[in-house]
Design a protein around this ligand. Sequence first.
Ligand code: SF4
Ligand code: SF4
Length: 307
Amino acid sequence: MNSKIKQKLLKFSTIRRVIQFLSFIFFSAAIFNVGALPLLLPVFWTWGMETNIVGDAFTALQFMLYNAVFPWLVIASFLIVGVILGKSLCGWVCPFGFIQDLIGFIKRKKMDISPRTHQSMIYIKYAILGIALFISVTFSAAKLTEAHGGYEKALGIFAEAPFTTLSPSETLFATLPKMIVDFRNAVSEIPFLDVLSGVATLSPLFWVQLFIMVGVLVFSAYVPRGWCKYFCPHGAIMAILNKFSFLGLRRDLVKCTKAECRICVQACPMNVRILDLPWEKFSDPECIYCLKCVDACPNKAIKLKYP
Ligand code: SF4
Ligand code: SF4
C-alpha cells in the first residue's frame, strides 16, 4: 500500500470517522430491525424513531421527570460514561456530532470567533440545560403533589420534554424522515394538489423546528462543532463530568516546541487552550477527545493519558 495512504489511514481522525459512521448505523435499529434496548447514552439523538436501539439520555430524563419518576437510570448513564470515558462519546459516537463533522467539510473557510466571544458563548448551553431542568423538575414536583393541571396547560407542548420539543436532532432524525415517508405514501394514494395543500397547512411548530435545525446546521458549517460548543445540554452535563474523568491528554514538554508552533491549538475544533493547561494531564471541560491535536502535532508531543 502507498505509504501516504497508509499514514492517512493510521490517523486517529480516520479511525474516528469509521467509528462515528458505524455508531450512526448501530443507533438506528430500524435498519437492522432490532427491537429497542434500554440503553441510555449521553449523546444527542432522538426518541422519535419507533425502533430505536439507543435512547438519548437527556430526553429520557425529561420524560421520566414528566412522569414523576426518579431518573436514576439517566443519572447512572451520565456518571458512568462521564467518569470512565469523559466527553469522548461526543467526539466518537454522537450522531449529531458526526453530522456536524460532515457538514464541516462543505465550508473550508471557518468563521473567526474571538476567544472572548467564545468564552461568553460556552455558557449558553448551561442556560439551555438550566431552563429545561427547571421546567422538568418543577413540573415533576407539581405532579407529585397533584397540583400540575394548570401548569401542564400553561406549558402546552413543552410539558413533556421542554428541550426535545425544539431539538434539532429530533427534527433531523425523526420528524423529517417520518414526514418524508408520509409524503411518499400520500403522493401514491391521493391527488398531488391535495398533498401540496397539506404541506401548506403544516403546523407553526414544525416551521420553528425546521428553522432551528437549519440554523444550527448552517452555523456548524462555519463554526466547527458549533452546536456542541455553545448550545448542547448533553455537552453541558458532560463538560462538568469531564473534569472528573479518568481520561485525559498529556503534553510532553521536551518534545513540544510551544513558542514557535501552536499547530495543536489551531487544529482543535473545541477551542481548547491546550498550551495553557497543565502538561502532566489535562481534561478540559470542552475537550471531546477527537485527538485532532494528537494527529496534528508534528513532534508527537500529545498523547492520551488514562487514568
Ligand atoms: S502541535 Fe505539538 S509541538 Fe506544536 S505546540 Fe502543540 S503540542 Fe507543542
Ligand atoms: S484538545 Fe485535542 S482531543 Fe481535545 S477537542 Fe481539542 S483537538 Fe480534540
